[in-house]
Design a protein around this ligand. Structure first.
Ligand code: COA
Length: 332
């Protein structure tokens, strides 16, 4: 048998730089409650959200992604030309094809591989898992992972199941080689039996055939999603901690997907995180920005002085699919 004559890639990878871009407008609860017959009090109590960030009409999801990416590249000290792969995690790029990643790569001056991931609110952690593997296999030196969403393009302001939760933003990181392990193994999975729980209201074929009542937007069965996230995700987080060879006591920052403050608090309790752990609660001001929410919450913890470079962060994304992914990382 003839085998290949290849060298291995670097043993480890790391997050080399982080950048974020929030939608230009902080939209308070008062501005969105009327069509859903809700109240500021209800939204704060049930979700923690006080404002959600929303982008201007002429700001595209790629504009947000580009802005976050430029900051991530600058933080990593590299140019677009140094990026061998661009992974764009999004569910709101408004074209089925081509993907948004090649467009983003072109804007940044990269001719590297470029592809989109559709893993909703788990998209950022899926991207980190992919980037880590690409770097360690020797397929790419620097991978840009971007979670970017303009959720407001796909919300029905009168839908009281999800519309009021969602915001527009992007978060980007550069993943590069490392001498030491700085990204733990990704623990990930799916439960497609829950595919109907968070979904587009109609398929494109139903739109074509005149069977859709309106332009497709996002819808969810909130209570079922709440139960799944609150009770099924903590064991996944614990597996990620174990896979990284550390214990909950070693974690200094917990940065879960920003879906609901009550889910976040429930997870902290179930994982058994010690009191000193800084917890990402950016949802209060930014809302749920899907694939962007974890890097956004990371940036916020660092900006507020609650987490710092070198800290050990547990991050976990979960959402439509249903899909989930978690890993322990060293903050850049
Ligand atoms: C969306 C969510 C906040 C709703 O809270 P909930 O307690 O499950 O709400 P329910 O649908 O059971 O409704 C409870 C009550 O609130 C009311 N209600 C529901 N949505 C409301 C809204 N937007 N505004 C005001 N009242 C609302 C219901 O009518 C019901 O009233 P009733 O008791 O008088 O019948 C919650 O289910 C949730 O956060 N789910 C997870 C969402 C999520 O994280 N999604 C993203 C996944 S990545």
């Amino acid at each position: 048998m003839t085998t290949l004559n290849i060298s291995r890639g670097p043993e480890f990878s790391r997050i080399a730089g982080l950048g974020v871009a929030r939608g230009e407008n902080a939209v308070p609860n008062e501005d969105i409650i009327e069509p859903i017959n809700s109240s500021d009090e209800w939204i704060r109590k049930m979700t923690g959200i006080a404002t959600r960030v929303r982008a201007n009409a002429d700001t595209s999801v790629i504009d947000l992604a580009e802005s976050a990416s430029r900051d991530a590249l600058a933080a990593a000290g590299i140019d677009g030309g140094d990026v061998d792969a661009v992974i764009l995690s999004t569910i709101t790029y408004p074209h089925m094809t081509p993907g948004g990643a090649p467009v983003l790569a072109d804007r940044l001056g990269s001719t590297g591989a470029a592809f989109d991931i559709s893993a909703a609110c788990a998209g950022y952690c899926y991207g980190i898992g992919q980037a880590d593997a690409l770097v360690r296999s020797g397929s790419a030196r620097n991978v840009l992972v971007v979670g970017a969403e303009k959720m407001s393009d796909f919300v029905d302001p009168a839908d009281r199941t999800i519309s009021y939760l969602l915001g527009d933003a992007a978060g980007a990181v550069v993943i590069s080689a490392s001498d030491e392990p700085r990204i733990g193994p990704t623990v990930w999975g799916s439960d497609g039996s829950g595919a109907q729980l968070i979904r587009q209201t109609s398929s494109w074929l139903e739109v074509r055939d005149g069977e859709a009542e309106a332009f497709p937007t996002l819808y969810q069965e909130g209570p079922s999603v709440f139960k799944w996230a609150s009770f099924k995700m903590a064991p996944v987080a614990l597996q990620a901690i174990e896979a990284a060879g550390v214990t909950p006591d070693d974690i200094t920052a917990f940065i879960p997907h920003q879906a609901n403050i009550r889910i976040i608090d429930q997870m902290v309790k179930q994982i058994g995180l010690p009191k000193h752990v800084a917890v990402g609660r950016d949802i209060v001001d930014s809302g749920n920005t899907s694939a962007a929410s974890i890097p956004l919450a990371t940036e916020r913890l660092i900006r507020d002085g609650k987490a710092a470079s070198g800290d050990l962060a547990l991050q976990i994304g979960f959402g439509a699919g249903l899909v989930y992914a978690a890993q322990v990382v060293v903050l850049p």
